[in-house]
Write a protein that binds this ligand. Structure first.
Ligand code: AMP
Length: 398
């Protein structure tokens, strides 16, 4: 396996940008994907956030695009606005030595600046599906010169009901193109898209052997549902955290928990789909800067966020999609930092927990919080049915 970026075939300007980012060694997905993408191959990358997948697709793509032409030649399609902002930021960072323009298109904000950017001429578009189709319908965006199509977090785009929009956008791009598909899981629905949208793709599995990030220690805290609130506050009190994301299943829970945490000494912000774009941006910026130590978020709002140095993730509910568990705990322990993830589990969530343990291929350690007054003895036994093997994809390479 190559141990430096220069051995992967990256050019001088890209290497210089990497140096200024402080990256010294490629991550496994970068080692595997970069040479293939430089050769023009289509790939399916099975990788969750935190693996360095954005650089894996952005670096070789920037190199292949070369210099500014003002006609969109690369489209990166992503599920959420926050992820769109992050991907754009990464393209800009990695492309700092190149003469290419990157344009960001997402909903919930005015069309005007986006239309203006497009009129000025751009090379790379980073977009969410709805806004892109709106602008295409208004003839502000042309996709007929796209050479590289990047489909990021496709599993999430499908979960969010974007299948028709995504399929339509793929069809609007020229059939002669390079397509790079990234997804945390590679189940049948993803492979069905890959069948018609990709040409002879190479599959790269960059998930760690245990699916979840190896730098995250994660535990289940069994508790009756009516004591979850007390246990959450007790955990916040007893844990020495730098910053923590609390994930909830519903927007209502997110709002309620925010109110509870506000009554403690912790500074807290909220993020969910009913918050305006500016509220979400303020919450995220405040969390990144350290103004807020606690961010309470629903999964949809927070998936894919790259916030460095999150020390803890707390799942207030067991996620009802097993893959979400992996995504959520992936918010911590990023780029080899150590992290911890706690999941509050009440007996009615047993089926969801079993599904997660089947996906991981092992049971997750149960813990009880010392000193906490449990009304009923917590269910400390593990579930019997954690399957022996992990997800549905055969692993080619680790
Ligand atoms: P991603 O999986 O693309 O969301 O990236 C996760 C984080 O890892 C981001 O903060 C990147 O800036 C960082 N990162 C990506 N590649 C490397 C690398 N080779 N060395 C160190 N950090 C990296």
């Amino acid at each position: 396996m190559s141990s430096s970026f220069s051995e992967l075939g990256l050019s001088e300007p890209v290497l210089r940008a990497l140096e200024s980012c402080g990256y010294t060694e490629p991550t496994p997905i970068q080692t595997q994907a970069i040479p293939l993408i430089l050769q023009g191959r289509d790939i399916i990358g099975a990788a969750q956030t935190g693996t360095g997948k954005t650089a894996a697709f952005a670096l070789p793509t920037l190199q292949r695009l070369g210099t500014h032409t003002g006609v969109p030649r690369c489209l990166a399609l992503v599920p959420t606005r926050e992820l769109a902002m992050q991907v754009e930021e990464n393209f800009k960072r990695y492309g700092s030595g190149a003469d290419l323009r990157i344009t960001l298109l997402y909903g919930g904000v005015s069309y005007k600046p986006q239309v203006h950017d497009l009129e000025c001429g751009t090379d790379v578009i980073v977009a969410t599906p709805g806004r892109l189709l709106d602008l295409w319908g208004q003839r502000h965006v042309h996709l007929d010169k796209i050479e590289v199509l990047i489909l990021d977090e496709v599993d999430r785009m499908l979960d969010m009901g974007f299948i028709e929009d995504v399929s339509r956008i793929i069809r609007l791009c020229p059939s002669e193109r390079q397509t790079l598909l990234f997804s945390a899981t590679v189940e049948k629905s993803i492979l069905n898209i890959a069948k018609w949208a990709l040409r002879n793709p190479e599959i790269i599995d960059a998930r760690s052997g245990s699916v979840s990030a190896e730098t995250v220690a994660h535990y289940i805290y069994p508790v009756e549902s009516y004591q979850k609130y007390d246990l959450l506050l007790a955990l916040l009190e007893k844990t020495d955290f730098k910053s923590v994301i609390v994930f909830t299943r519903t927007k209502r829970d997110a709002d309620r928990i925010t109110e509870w945490v506000q009554s403690t000494t912790h500074a807290v912000a909220t993020m969910h789909a009913d918050r305006t774009q500016s509220e979400r941006a303020e919450a995220l910026a405040g969390f990144k800067s350290g103004k807020y130590q606690v961010l309470v978020a629903t999964d949809i709002a927070a998936r894919g966020l790259d916030v460095r140095g999150i020390s803890h993730v707390i799942n207030y509910n067991v996620p009802d999609h097993a893959e979400d568990y992996v995504h959520r705990i992936g918010r911590t322990g990023r780029a080899s930092e150590k992290g911890e993830a706690f999941t509050l589990f009440s007996p009615d969530e047993i089926m969801d927990l079993q599904a997660i343990e089947r996906l991981l291929g092992h049971t997750i350690e149960r813990r009880r919080l010392e000193g906490f007054k449990y009304r009923f003895e917590p269910m400390m036994g593990t579930t019997a049915s954690a399957a022996k093997s992990g997800g549905g994809l055969r692993r080619r390479n680790r």
